[in-house]
Ligand binder design. Structure first.
Ligand SMILES: NC(=O)c1ccc[n+]([C@@H]2O[C@H](COP(=O)([O-])OP(=O)(O)OC[C@H]3O[C@@H](n4cnc5c(N)ncnc54)[C@H](OP(=O)(O)O)[C@@H]3O)[C@@H](O)[C@H]2O)c1
Length: 346
């Protein structure tokens, strides 16, 4: 009725106003609905996410407890326990209740470590007093005799961690073969002799685990480290065969290949003339903290991992490059050799 008294322009205006009001009402309603839906969805998604995180954390906790339980009371032999990574491995394995046999050349340093372990309160589980066996891995006879002593400590060995090692710095041109042999004796023949001497008892029990602390240089070779890289490549190859041959006997094999670790490794390295290198390399000084690497070793052993690279992105990529684009890898290494050689030549 009222519309009929209106001017057509006024009528059009009111109509437009009504339409706009209808729109905004319906739009308001739908945006409210959307907001409500958003809220419900985000709450549901949030609860789902929280649920997943909860289940995942519970799963991780259970796995961690199972893993620790597996190593509790296990007899773990650690070579090179006097220093660096071996010393830290002793601490983490002791804390989960492993029965340790600490090996090294220096009885005093082993005794000091055993005292520290006895005084540590970092464990919620029953810990055990470690035993000590001293021998030089470069002496095969002494190593085989030490294996018998190791077996007598607790009657058997569950885990053998071949950690002891020595590095090398020098050019191939300047290094007499005796120096290569010394590095191979400690890093390769010594651990092989110890492993072979302990294997029959593991096979007989159908239980055992051989762990090798290799290196990224067991997968790729870096210039001026020839003897070291060769010994670690040999370790990797030996362990890959060992894993295949012993699977049927219930013995597991783990190879860990760390990148640089902040230890005395470069200080203790053998130089081309056979002397102690005695320099803390910048790469080593900036390497990972040994305690962190030891925790990774513990996790890998508990999970019975087969092959683990513990390195940052660049060395990990270099390992792939060596396989996928060898020509490029060789060119990069040659350029690195030229750069590193220059200051020594000049
Ligand atoms: N540091 C790194 O950047 C790095 C990186 C990758 C892999 N790794 C590997 O990690 C392992 C541990 O080295 P680390 O870094 O902890 O160096 P470290 O501090 O120099 O410790 C080396 C250990 O090996 C022992 N050892 C050396 N020669 C031996 C021999 N002939 N007989 C028995 N024991 C011997 C040493 O005992 P003594 O006290 O008797 O000398 C010492 O306990 C080595 O296998 C090494 O190749 C190290």
């Amino acid at each position: 009725m009222e519309n009929c008294c209106l001017h057509p322009r006024q009528w059009r205006g009111r109509r437009m106003h009504r339409i706009t009001a209808d729109w905004s009402r319906s739009l308001g309603k739908s945006s409210l609905t959307v907001r409500a839906m958003d809220c419900v969805t985000s709450t549901a998604v949030l609860s789902l996410l929280l649920g997943c995180v909860g289940v995942f954390s519970l799963f991780k906790l259970l796995r961690c407890l199972r893993m620790k339980a597996r190593l509790q009371d296990a007899v773990v032999v650690i070579t090179g326990a006097t220093s660096g990574l071996g010393r830290e491995c002793a601490k983490v394995f002791h804390a989960v209740g492993a029965k340790l046999v600490l090996c090294g050349r220096n009885r005093e340093a082993l005794g000091q470590l055993a005292k520290e372990l006895a005084a540590s309160r970092a464990s919620e589980v029953q810990t055990h007093t470690p035993r000590m066996v001293t021998f030089d891995l470069a002496d095969t006879g002494a190593t085989v005799a030490a294996a018998a002593e190791i077996l007598q400590c607790f009657g058997h060995v569950d885990v053998l961690i071949n950690n002891a090692g020595v590095s090398y710095r020098g050019t191939i041109l300047d290094t007499p073969v005796d120096v290569d042999r010394r590095v191979m004796e400690t890093n390769y023949f010594g651990p092989v002799a110890l492993t072979k001497a302990l294997l029959p008892s593991m096979v007989q029990r159908r239980r055992g685990h051989v762990v090798a602390i290799s290196s990224v240089q067991g997968k790729i070779s870096v210039p001026f480290r020839s003897a070291y890289a060769a010994s670690k490549h040999a370790t990797q190859a030996f362990c890959d065969c060992l894993r295949a041959e012993l699977e049927q006997h219930g013995v597991a094999v783990t190879v860990l290949s760390p990148g640089y670790i902040r230890t005395n490794l470069s200080l203790n390295a053998i130089a081309a003339d056979g002397s102690r290198y005695g320099v803390m390399d910048e790469t080593t000084a900036q390497g990972r903290v040994p305690a962190d690497v030891a925790r990774d070793v513990l996790a890998a052993v508990a999970k019975k991992k087969e092959d683990v690279v513990l390195a940052s992105l660049a060395p990990s990529l270099a390992i792939y490059l060596r396989t996928l684009a060898p020509a490029l890898f060789f060119r990069l290494m040659a350029s690195r050799a030229r750069k590193e050689q220059k200051p020594k030549d000049s």
